[in-house]
Design a protein around this ligand. Sequence first.
Ligand code: KIV
Ligand code: NA
Length: 263
Amino acid sequence: GGQLTIAGLHGMHARGEKIAMLTCYDASFAALLDSCGVDILFVGDSLGNVLQAHATTLPVTIMDMASHTASVARGNRAAFVLADMPFGSYATPLDAYRNAVTLMQAGAQMVKLEGGAWLAATVDFLVTRGIPVCGHIGLTPQAVHQLGGFKVQGRTADAATRLHQDAAALQDAGVGLMVVEAVPATLGAEIAASLAVPTIGIGAGPACSGQVLVLHDMLGISAGRRKKFVKDFMEGSASVAGAVRAYVDAVKRGTFPAQEHCY
Ligand code: KIV
Ligand code: NA
């Protein structure tokens, strides 16, 4: 068949088939990841960290995202292409629409926004106008200065309740997919069970419908301390393609994330 669609992703979720997602920022890696069976090529604004050496994702622009999305789309064949809306690009529904159009024209099949219930009207505005949206709750790195650091979220009962409310509000507004980042594995499992749409976890435990990692993290080439939820798949692999296949295999089998990668 052709390119994976949202219906295809929802079908995988319905069949209990895990979804393997990796970040991807260029055409060469897009071709490699696609050929290794990665389901979703995600043009994350983490490119601000791993490509541009910024300490946060805040400096990333819509033109950066459009350029990398276009490169990924050209290198890809069958994977689903998801692109991040960068910091400051979705403060209002109309801003979000105009910037999402730029990413869709670059080749994205869906855009991702970071935040909770406050984004419901924006999600509805986009979805109504034919732009599929992925939510992103838990640790939302664009809010790092509000959160006071890159910290695990949903640790208290109040915070967990708020995350459940955010997840429900975003689903009601029409998200087709939900990224859940850096929450206790028990909360990740609860959120995954409470939603009809597929959940993609990063530091959210093994119960999510799929997993995502930053490409450079899973290849062991990211600077700085390794985050708890990261596994270096180059260890024990003879090639980059081998590492990517090992990641896809581990996600599909449910052997990644293991206990040691969970909060
Ligand atoms: O930009 C990014 O890499 C992300 C993570 C969820 C993988 O948003
Ligand atoms: Na991101």
